[in-house]
Structure formats: C-alpha cells, structure tokens
Write a protein that binds this ligand. Sequence first.
Ligand SMILES: Cc1ncc(COP(=O)(O)O)c(C=O)c1O
Length: 442
Amino acid sequence: MFLISDSFPRVVPSPKESAQSVRDLTRKHNAWFKDSIPLIASENVMSPAAREVMNSDLHNRYAEGLPFKRYYQGNIYVDQIETLCEELARDVFSSKFADVRSTSGTVCNIAVLAALTKTRDKMTTVATSDGGHISHAKIGAAGVRGIKTFNYPFDEKNMNIEVEGAKRLIREVKPKVALFGQSVYLFPTPLDELRDVISEVGCSTWYDGAHVLGLIAGGRFQDPLRHGIDVVSGSTHKTLPGPQHGMILSDLPREGLETALRRGVFPGVTSNHHLHSVAALAVTLAETKEYGAAYADQIVRNAKALGQSLFERGLDVLCEHLGFTESHTLVVDVEQYHGGAKVAKSLEAANIILNKNLLPWDSDPVRPSGIRIGSQELTRIGMKEKHMAEVAELIARVTVKEEPPERVLPDVVRLKRDFTKVHYCFFEGEEAYDYPSYDGSL
Ligand SMILES: Cc1ncc(COP(=O)(O)O)c(C=O)c1O
C-alpha cells in the first residue's frame, strides 16, 4: 500500500520529544495569552476555584444517567455535586428545570432538537450571515437532524430581526419551532412583539442564549424564560465565565418536555458528561450568584465605552444610533482597511486577539468585511470603562493609523501586564493565565 509519508521521509520525533513539544507549545500559548488583549466574544477565563475542581480526579470518572440512578459505581460525591449544580442553575436562572450534562453548546442544541423536533420539521432561525450560529443552520446540527430551516428577515441598520417580516415568515411557514438567539448579538430579540403570532401558529419556542447567559444571570439582558420561551440552551463559557460545557433550562410549559429534554441529553447526545466540568460549572454558578450582577453590568458598560472610543478614533462601529450595543459584543465594518481577515491577522500580530465576521450585507461568505469584539474577558480581568480608551487606541493604531503591528505590540504587552488576575469570583486576584507545571523536561 502506498502511503503519502513514504514519499516524504521526515524525522519522526520520539514519544518523549512529542510529549515535550506539546508541553512547550502549551506553555508558549499560555504565555502568549498572558501578554495579549483577548477580545473574542465567545471566550472567557475561569475562576481559581472552578479551575481547581476542573483539574481534579473527577475528570477521570464516568457517571451515565442522572444522580442517584447511575449505571456505574463510584459516584457518591459526583451525585451530590451534580445535584448542587442543577439546584444552582435553577436558582440563578429562576427556572423550574435545568440539565447540566451537555458537554458544549452545540451538544445542547442537538439534544434540544431531538426533544422538540422530528426529521423534516420546519424551524425558523436567524441566518449565519446575520449572526445566527452554525448549529442552527442547514450545514450544522439542524441539517444533521434533517430540519428545514427558514431565516427571519433581518434589519441591517438596527442589527436585529425585522419584526413585520418575521411575523409574515412564521405565519407562512408555520414552523414546529421558532428558534432565537445569536452568535453576534448586539440587542435583545423582539420576543414580545412576536408573541401573538407564535401563539397563533402554536409552535414551540427555543432561545439559544450561549452568548448572553452571564448577562441574563446578572439581570443585564432580556431573560427569555420571563418572555414565555419554552426552552433555553447555551454554552457556559462566554459571558457566563465557566468551563467549556452546556446547559438547558426550561419552565416546562407542557407535559412530557422534561422527559424529552432529559432523553435528548442522555442517551441522546452524551454518554459520560464530563464530571469535572459539571463541578466547575457549579462553582461558576455559585460565584455568579454572588458577583454576577456586578460583572454583567461592567461587561455591558465596557462594551459601550469601547464602542464609543473606537468610533471616536474613526472606526465604523455598527449601530452608533443605538449606543453600539446592549450586550458584550461590538461589530465593526473594516472593509475600508481591506476586510475582516486582513485586520484580524494584523491585530493578532500585535497580540490583539479577535475574529473576522460576516456582516449582513456581505455577498462573499468567505470574505467577511467585519470584525467582532467582546468585552467579557477584559472585564473579568479587571478592566473598566477608562481602560477601554487605551484598548481602542491600540486597535486604531494598527487599523486606522496603519502602524506596523510589531511597533504596537510592546504597548499591548505593557497594558496587559496590569491585568492578569481574575475578578468577580471567590479568591479574587489569583492569576488567570498561569497554570501549575512540573519543572524540567522529559
Ligand atoms: C449562539 C451559539 N450557540 C451555540 C454555540 C456553540 O457552543 P459550543 O462551542 O460550546 O459548542 C455558540 C458558540 O459560539 C454560539 O454562539
């Protein structure tokens, strides 16, 4: 048999060398992020207490099913941790039901699809080019489930679902499920405005709150359950600063929904459900109860301040007429600086980390003309409104002023040196980017 590697002989590292390389690369990554300005809207850093339980023996264990009804032995403490985690989730989000076993936001979404839909059902969603998530789309989890998706008309000026068009779409399509929630999310969704038409067609409602769970918990964003939404899903590591994991919430408006959601998660999309993450999520939720309101408030204040500072420096931040954002996210049109890919790459060379983003009017899906910016991690490490002007100036130097990124980089590192500790948590002030390591090489 012909192997490609046969024709390209190369030096294969020994197992020890490979392991050492991975250790070295990981340390380099940690050091790089310590010296960088993190602006990806879907990321965050965990608290010291959450990191401690995440990096524990819980990681090595299995616990299929629900607490006290397991398929394995060895879950005496796991059952108590998971029960506590669910209680905290119900408490923080004032929901009747919480399932904390999905291992990511996408995994949640597949479980919810399994609970609410059958193959060939219809679902209305926000298009990916308008900020919807890939798991809501035909090419993602919705398509894998065989769901036919229909996109709400989008109001580009106000960066939100266009209400009259969405009403018409829901009436016409009569979907099984109306899905809301986005990955690029500036303003609350017009849920109340769509309530009548949803009742008229009798569809289920689902809100993917992955990006805004922390803002909802802190009372700083629309709370979908209070607006009559049937099911809320979300990953737990964006504005909710927990482990990479997922969570499903509901007030169980109809019979059978609890069983359907539980079955959707297990045996639907999980076997073991990452017990270390459940523990870290429980700690995060406890910290959210204590500090979540102050944290969410500062996230939104910082996002607005950063939007204003970037705008004042000549950047085309969307929705100036609406105060730029009511969430953690900003969107900037950087077409005049050769598009999102070029700008994101140049900023990365200055240790400013963010992502290119499609804008609703982009015609080429592989050439986004925007960038997306999130304030949640900078807020988590202690930055306030006054620091947003400094961050904006560094971004403007690379983009508007076209300074070579390597000239801006030392100033990025200098600014970041004062912001490496975790805030809004127990043991506040511990390092966010340093991890324990064994000394010496293999
Ligand atoms: C709205 C939305 N839903 C789901 C997800 C997927 O979450 P995960 O990466 O945890 O699978 C994301 C990720 O960014 C998201 O933005």
